[in-house]
Design a protein around this ligand. Structure first.
Ligand code: NAP
Ligand code: F7E
Length: 331
């Protein structure tokens, strides 16, 4: 039974990757950092099938011990401070986790067992102020946030350990991918959850920032499949995963509201506090290399993605309502 160790397993991608690898027959070790409140919401359905272990990308000793104890065949490094606005407020922490954390894990692998295959979660945010359209593995980087800068470091240190020490280290340059498990602070989930709450009569306004930014949005389960495919190939390399389509934030908002029969103009309010010090205006990826070499492609369209997310949030609110109004039969 192959064994995979996942950092960031409590996040959106970590939970989908764990689902995927368990279905493939893997033993899955999930690295979780210590906190005063345990939050395994995204893992509840598979918690009994995982080994949850404590570790932190800020602490290299913890990483070395985990590799020595569990001896994984594959390591997926998904842990990061991943929210772009937070990276402007906490640039040093973002660098420590999202940039140097990658070196800590790579060097732990170099120290413990060089045969371990390594996946690094790189990002389209590295392209930032884009040098060409669409973006490929060869497009130069021009990051626009401390998060993007940290991801550029993580990308190059992954390539450096591959070239210097012969590690099987891959970097997936993933464009935005979303799902009902996405954090509530990211635009697509903020919109789907806001629309569901407005439809349910729980709020009337949704306050947003820049509606003109364009993103290449896909469905998260498609992207975790691509991560695994990179590590199954016969040699390590870097790949863009994207849909090849770009849409504005405004289009996302429009489709989400119209899906529940509402006009977004009646509910959306703009507040410049959500503008970023430097914005990434246009992202659209070219996944041709991943398609040709790995056979990867996305399966969910942009419109379908928006609908899936809004429907899931509507269902979640309905379930919460049923739970609130259900009679208490434990008298
Ligand atoms: P996410 O939901 O924000 O999850 C981030 C994970 O990192 C959480 O499990 C978090 O744990 C963990 N983490 C944070 N700091 C840590 C530390 N010091 N030590 C150990 N774990 C730590 O992110 P995601 O959307 O799943 O994305 C997964 C990865 O892909 C990230 O590296 C992200 O930057 C990258 N990425 C994402 C996208 C996308 O569109 N989703 C696109 C390109 C690249 P807690 O639960 O304790 O906070
Ligand atoms: O913003 C605009 C905002 O926060 C998308 C991360 O997973 O993908 C993600 O980074 C766009 C931006 O994602 C609001 O200005 C408008 O242009 O959903 P987001 P992101 O910054 O693209 C990349 C690939 C990653 O790697 C990251 O980890 O939407 N926008 N109004 C807003 N964004 C937010 N969050 N909130 C608003 O109210």
């Amino acid at each position: 039974m192959p064994k995979a160790l996942i950092t960031g397993i409590t996040g959106q991608d970590g939970s989908y990757l764990a689902d995927f690898l368990l279905d493939k027959g893997y033993e899955v070790i999930g690295v979780v950092r210590r906190s005063s409140t345990i939050n395994f919401d995204r893992l509840r359905h598979i918690q009994d099938r995982l080994a949850i272990v404590q570790g932190d990308l800020l602490d290299q000793v913890s990483l070395i011990h985990l590799l020595q104890e569990h001896q994984p065949d594959e390591v997926y490094n998904l842990a990061a401070q991943s929210f772009v606005p937070t990276s402007f407020n906490q640039p040093v922490l973002t660098g420590e986790v999202t940039a140097l954390g990658v070196t800590r894990m790579l060097d732990a692998i170099r120290t413990v067992d060089r045969r371990i295959r390594f996946y690094q979660a790189s990002s389209s945010e590295m392209f930032g102020k884009v040098a060409e359209v669409p973006q490929t593995e060869k497009t130069p980087f021009h990051p626009r946030s401390p998060y993007g800068v940290a991801k550029v470091y993580g990308h190059w240190i992954t390539i450096n350990y591959r070239e210097s020490y012969g590690l099987f280290a891959c970097s997936g340059i993933l464009f935005n991918h979303e799902s009902p498990r996405r954090g509530l602070e990211f635009l697509p989930r903020k919109v789907s959850y806001g629309v569901a709450r407005i439809k349910a009569g729980l709020q009337d306004k949704l306050v947003l920032g820049n509606l003109e930014a364009r993103r290449d949005w896909g469905y998260a389960p498609d992207y975790v499949r691509g991560m695994w495919m990179m590590l199954q190939h016969d040699h390590p390399d870097d790949y863009v995963l994207a849909t090849g389509e770009t849409h504005t934030v405004r289009e996302f908002v429009q489709i989400a509201f119209s899906h529940v029969g509402l006009d977004w103009n009646d509910h959306v309010v703009i507040d410049p506090k959500y503008y970023r010090p430097a914005e990434v205006d246009l992202l659209v990826g070219n996944p041709a290399k991943a398609r040709a070499i790995l056979g990867w492609q996305h399966s969910v369209s942009f419109e379908r993605l928006v609908q899936i997310m809004v429907d899931a949030d509507l269902a979640m609110l309905q379930e919460a309502e049923i739970q609130r109004t259900a009679p208490n039969i434990n008298w």
